[in-house]
Design a protein around this ligand. Structure first.
Ligand SMILES: NC(=O)c1ccc[n+]([C@@H]2O[C@H](COP(=O)([O-])OP(=O)(O)OC[C@H]3O[C@@H](n4cnc5c(N)ncnc54)[C@H](OP(=O)(O)O)[C@@H]3O)[C@@H](O)[C@H]2O)c1
Length: 316
């Protein structure tokens, strides 16, 4: 299946922007619906990219944005609910609407982004709603839509909200009280995820597959925080919290004006976000080690460094 135009739902976010930039670099026409076009400045300037304001929950608006494209990439997602039911709306109902829109408009290729260890019996609403979303996408296979579901561990990259958060904590706090210190992750580089997704668009052996994507190394949360503090040369005592204290801290953080953690996140971390198998060989590259990338953005955040970073990325 030849793919010349793609609609990326969630394309203005962290992962989405990298996917869109890689699509544009291959000359593919890209349409990106978003709620706030003015925030997608880096995408608006790309020659083959059309960023449009749209409410993707409205079935007619959704049909309009997918119409005439060869493939849809579905990667809208949230980590916290602002209102009860948000997980269901974004992770389950939206994928169902996307499948309907693809069916109505004859789009035959659909990539969908889920989370590693999404399951109906998972301990968090985030993971359960992601599993429901996967189920909605699998239904599309019966109508001849070729789907690929990507299930990701935590993603790192210059704009991530994971290692950058630890860096901010190291700068702001004399002691770091850490919830779920033994939770395990296998962080994967955002450019590697984007590359695998873009490559898969035309790879027939990814049709109707679920692909788990992880980086090369497993770390506990505490090891990751220690790594960031070490990298920044900021010696910060880390206070690992037990389960009860982790739950209490997560509950207290729900009251902050900007949510960085919730009890649902705490519940998500009860299952290890690690892969059962290696990064899929079919993509022909190995995932980047965190240690090779993170110093490039955590240690130096000046405009000149960002310019060097863009040049470095352009060569890959
Ligand atoms: N980041 C990670 O470590 C990680 C790990 C595992 C899985 N994932 C999954 O990967 C996907 C992308 O994650 P990300 O880190 O790139 O997230 P992100 O930066 O927060 O971007 C999320 C995108 O989802 C859209 N979105 C959020 N809430 C929405 C709503 N209520 N209605 C419609 N659209 C909404 C946003 O659209 P607007 O442009 O309109 O704001 C945004 O473009 C998500 O599905 C996430 O669950 C991420």
């Amino acid at each position: 299946m030849r793919v010349r135009s793609v609609c990326v739902i969630g394309g203005a976010g962290f992962l989405g922007s990298h996917v869109v930039q890689q699509l544009a670099a291959r000359g593919i026409r890209v349409r990106v619906p978003t709620r706030r076009r003015e925030r997608a400045k880096a995408l608006i300037v790309l020659p083959t990219v059309d960023v449009v304001n749209a409410d993707v929950h409205d079935p007619l608006a959704l049909e309009r944005v997918v119409a005439g494209t060869d493939a849809v990439i579905s990667l809208a997602g949230i980590l916290h609910e602002n209102r009860a039911g948000d997980f269901a709306r974004v992770h389950t109902e939206l994928p169902r609407k996307i499948v309907d829109a693809c069916r109505e408009r004859g789009v035959r290729r659909l990539l969908h982004v889920s989370a590693l260890k999404a399951a109906h019996d998972a301990p968090s609403e985030y993971l359960r709603s992601k599993a429901d979303g996967e189920q909605q996408v699998r239904v599309a296979q019966a109508s001849g839509i070729r789907t690929t579901i990507f299930r990701l561990s935590v993603i790192f990259g210059r704009e991530d909200r994971f290692l950058n958060l630890f860096a901010r904590m190291a700068h702001a706090l004399p002691v770091i009280a850490l919830a779920s210190p033994k939770a395990r992750f296998q962080p994967v580089y955002v450019e590697d995820v984007a590359r695998a997704m873009v490559e898969s668009l035309e790879m027939s052996h990814t049709y109707d597959q679920n692909l788990d994507l992880c980086g090369p190394t497993i770390y506990t949360l505490q090891e990751l925080v220690e790594y960031v503090c070490g990298l920044l040369r900021m010696e910060r005592p880390i206070l690992p919290l037990n389960d009860d204290m982790s739950h209490l801290l997560a509950w207290m953080m729900e009251w902050l004006p900007v949510k960085v953690m919730s009890r649902d996140n705490y519940n998500s971390m009860k299952v290890d976000s690690v892969c059962d198998c290696a990064f899929p060989e079919m993509f022909g590259f190995r995932p980047s080690p965190l240690e090779a990338i993170v110093p490039l953005y955590l240690l130096d955040n000046t405009p000149r460094a960002r310019y060097r970073w863009f040049r470095f990325r352009a060569r890959h």
